[in-house]
Ligand binder design. Structure first.
Ligand SMILES: Cc1ncc(COP(=O)(O)O)c(C=O)c1O
Length: 524
């Protein structure tokens, strides 16, 4: 077809289109496309919300938003919300009286240390009473605590960002990473011999980095531009944070009746946009698999050596592309230390940020933070080198035995049942007889700080070296608390049971989310 023919066809099309449109009023020709576009935009937004939140939540949110438009309803809901926030805060606000809001005119000098000692004394007693939280045994003035303190203070003013200046901490970081990797399969043939990683500020940063790195790696490897990630409902909320920060669609899939990841349910959510999921499917589908060993990384390798039946969980498993492991938990290092590991350098490269156009310098940084605390890296190195394999084995023996004692003791309290199968050092329990959150409140009144869980309502204790000598006290207090609640059911003064109970049942999850945000907003 030559140019004249094309031109004549186009002309014919123009003439017939104009004759067809001449039947309509010009105003209709202007407004109908505008309204159609608007309608299409609304339909697209509705689909987007339903896709993001699910049909049920989307409908509920629509109803709640409409209800709040009724005059007075929003004010009523806000005032009720404020009451809950105040209760969650306890007397948090009044405690702020007397807090400094400006620099003192004359500095306190060394007297500041005494002031800090006074403040520290007012903290609640956590020794042996907190689920997780403090993992080192004994008291803060001696033993492993003081060794870590000394190591940290010796390197408190160093920063591995300046690698040319602080070679010592650069070496410590590299060694912490390789020693950790060796615990998690890097020396095994199946790992591929390329395991690498970095230290980060904690489990959350390690997970954030692993997710961001997987996203960018999958973009290059598979061209995925609308990334999706699949996790079990029980996975740590750091994944939600990563999904929000890095714009990744998150699928939280239910766990099985044994509270373990449900592989079939995960498989149903895999599609061409999936970048990351938890399960053995990763290698079949050529996608990433992150293993969150933030809590278990410094327990499971030793528990296995001690003969506990621990299934494969590290780089010896084909398909595992990254692992997060916190040194500041069972690694007994100072707070603010974790490691993120990758199967190879090809993946890890996507974690780094290199900037070539800044007038300041040619900049490259491995993690989220720019400057990093060399003191904490030194503290982690000191923890690992001072304990050695034998130290961790002995610690693991103690905490595993304490956990089994607690599990056995809980099973002997007839009103309670154990949730799932505790493989490691977390013992979770619920009840069909008493309100478990009321039991938690009574335990709190006895000085315990346990974790309240939902779906199902339950509490857990994460057993640390702090608990090794107090397992019987814990079990006695727990048994007494259950008896107290059974004899006098109902909330206690200042208890949080009604709030936890209501929050779990509230169908409007956006409202619960609002409550949490308001609580945080008024707490910091
Ligand atoms: C399994 C797991 N993953 C991630 C995290 C987050 O670690 P962090 O609080 O150090 O950021 C935790 C914290 O308890 C955890 O237990």
């Amino acid at each position: 077809m030559d140019f004249d023919e094309i031109f004549s066809s186009l002309n014919q099309f123009r003439v017939s289109a104009n004759s067809f449109l001449s039947r309509f009023e010009p105003v209709a020709l202007v407004f109908i496309p505008i309204f159609t576009l608007l309608f299409a935009r609304i339909v697209q937004s509705i689909f987007h919300v339903v896709f993001q939140k699910g049909l049920k939540s989307a409908i509920l949110e629509f109803i709640m938003t409409s209800v709040k438009l009724v005059p007075g309803v929003k004010n009523y809901i806000d005032s009720e919300k404020q009451k809950v926030v105040d209760k969650l805060q306890g007397s948090g606000k009044s405690k702020r009286d007397g807090w400094s809001t400006e620099l003192p005119m004359a500095g306190l000098g060394v007297e500041v240390i005494n002031k800090m000692k006074d403040e520290k004394q007012k903290d609640v007693a956590w020794q042996g009473k907190c689920s997780g939280t403090v993992y080192i045994a004994g008291n803060e003035q001696e033993g492993h605590f003081s060794l870590i303190n000394e190591a940290c203070s010796m390197f408190a003013h160093t920063n591995p960002l300046h690698l040319d200046v602080f070679q010592s901490v650069v070496r410590f970081e590299a060694e912490v990473v390789t020693m950790t990797a060796a615990l998690l399969g890097s020396k095994e043939k199946a790992s591929g011999g390329q395991i690498c990683g970095n230290m980060t500020s904690g489990g959350t940063e390690s997970i954030l980095l692993a997710v961001k790195t997987s996203r960018d790696y999958m973009k290059v490897k598979k061209g995925i531009t609308s990334p999706e990630m699949i996790i079990p409902v029980s996975a740590h909320s750091a994944y939600d944070k990563a999904a929000q920060y890095f714009k990744i669609k998150l699928w939280r899939v239910p766990v099985g009746p044994d509270f373990r990841a449900d592989v079939k349910a995960i498989k149903r959510h895999i599609n061409r946009n999936t970048i990351l999921e938890l399960g053995e499917l990763a290698s079949t589908y050529g996608i990433c698999l992150h293993v969150d060993l933030c809590l278990g990384g410094f327990v499971l390798p030793f528990a296995r050596k001690l003969g506990y039946p621990i299934p494969p969980f590290d780089f010896s498993v084909r398909g595992v592309t990254s692992i997060s492991v916190d040194v500041h938990k069972y690694g007994l290092a100072p707070k603010g230390t974790s490691v993120v590991l990758y199967r190879d350098h090809d993946i890890r490269k996507h974690q780094f940020v290199a900037v070539t156009e800044w007038t300041g310098e040619l900049y490259v940084s491995p993690t989220i933070a720019g400057s990093r605390p060399g003191g904490l890296i030194a503290g982690a190195w000191a923890a690992m080198m001072s304990l050695g394999l034998e130290g961790y084995l002995e610690n693991t023996r103690k905490i595993m035995e304490a956990s089994k004692r607690i599990e056995k003791g809980v099973r002997q309290i007839p009103e309670l049942f154990i949730i799932g199968r505790p493989d490691m050092t977390i013992v979770a329990f619920g009840s069909d007889v008493v309100d478990i959150f009321e039991v938690n409140d009574i335990m709190s009144s006895k000085g315990w700080h346990l974790n309240a869980l939902q779906r199902p309502n339950s509490i857990h204790i994460c057993v640390t070296l702090q608990h090794v000598t107090v397992t019987e006290d814990f079990l006695k207090d727990l048994s007494d608390s259950v008896k107290t609640v059974k004899a006098n059911p109902g909330p206690i003064n200042g208890g949080l049971a009604p709030i936890y109970g209501a929050a779990g049942k509230m169908p409007d999850r956006a409202m619960v989310q609002d409550l949490l945000v308001d609580f945080m907003d008024s707490s910091c």
